[in-house]
Design a protein around this ligand. Sequence first.
Ligand SMILES: [Ca+2]
Ligand SMILES: [Ca+2]
Ligand SMILES: [Ca+2]
Ligand SMILES: [Ca+2]
Ligand SMILES: [Zn+2]
Length: 435
Amino acid sequence: MVIYTRTNGGTIAESDLPLIQASMDEAKAFYQRNTFSRHNTNYSYLVIRDYRNIVGEHGTIPPWVVEPDLRARGYRDDQFDGVIVVAPGSGAYMWGGWILRTAGYCQSGWFGRAHMPWFVVHEYGHVIDWHFEALGYPNYPHNHPGVNRELIGVCGPDWDVNADICRRWSHWLELGRNARSRWGRLAFTRDADQDGLPDNDPRFVMDEARLGSRTDSRDSDGDGLSDLGEVMAGILNASNPRNADTDRDGVRDGSDRYPLYPLATNAPFRRLTIEAPLSSRTLLGSYYYMDTRTPVSLYINWDSNYLHIVIRTPFTSPPPTRIHVHTDNNNDGLFHGSDNYHLIFNTQTRTLERQVLCDANVPAPDDFIERPLNEPIRTRIILDRSQTTVRIAIPRNSAYGLDLQSGEQIGIRIVFDGWAHMFEPTTYFRFTLTQ
Ligand SMILES: [Ca+2]
Ligand SMILES: [Ca+2]
Ligand SMILES: [Ca+2]
Ligand SMILES: [Ca+2]
Ligand SMILES: [Zn+2]
């Protein structure tokens, strides 16, 4: 990784360098976790503090302006599998070419700790795609899923689709063992119980030593979820391999559809009006990925006419202005079907500010297109001194996948102010309509 701290695009403070490194560790953990511990990245860092006029139009930094800096410091051809450049004023791009002969190349600006890991995961995802392409695997899914959408599973955008690609891809080891590969090496490490987690190996972010799990048991806490399965319980987070019920909801991790979220996944039938009080509704549970001390409560019911949702957020100062509710009515992921709603509630005007259909039934290269959604969605937004309550009733519409039948599964994603997520970022929480 090359970090330029002073460019024509601005300056990165010295105090931000550890944050960049921490971001890189998050990206590293993402790839270990979502590839069943098969793809491990190791970085070396080069910080260039001399002023460089390298940031071009649209924030591009082409590899040929970086390469001389690397060569001047003694870096050689074929030494790296990839080069990631971070520089102030830079945009986030992958460059479809090589640097130092065989290294994939991508770049990112410095957008702060909250956003940096995502850009690294995304752009480095393109580099991995490029490695497999060059090795003769053109079907590694493009992480803008308009192309080869058939290879994309049931997932949301961004973090989630990248995790989905990693989990579905079965050729990770080819980079290391294919004689034609110039990228990656097979590395061997001790894994006494052969559960896919190294006993103790600092080259990885996660191993049994640091997780505190057992090296002589594939399921240290005996909850039915293997130690590796615990690491993969979320796309960014592990359940606890030493606690049989991580989220303390009374369901053991191995039997829990969501070991990380203390939420029920059954939404019962109940005839309700928009005015129905919380006491007549079903609380699935309370959780907030961004800060577990301030959980968000989610109530869901249904009747033959409406899907009834209530989102109740705790007091935060300032309260969120916009609450985004994404639904995946057919539970087939954002990138499939004409069934994805995006509703934007404004808590200041107390209105449903915007409602669109994200329609994935469009030809490549588009992921999906947004169409107007002319459904008579009913809404009440109530602000009191301590909480924001959004009541929603979404009418049945089979054309958009909302059948409202017992057994139907639906996904929901709840985002505050466009970036704070109730669940793991960009993932859907999937629930079932029951009698
Ligand atoms: Ca192990
Ligand atoms: Ca376990
Ligand atoms: Ca556990
Ligand atoms: Ca549980
Ligand atoms: Zn991209």
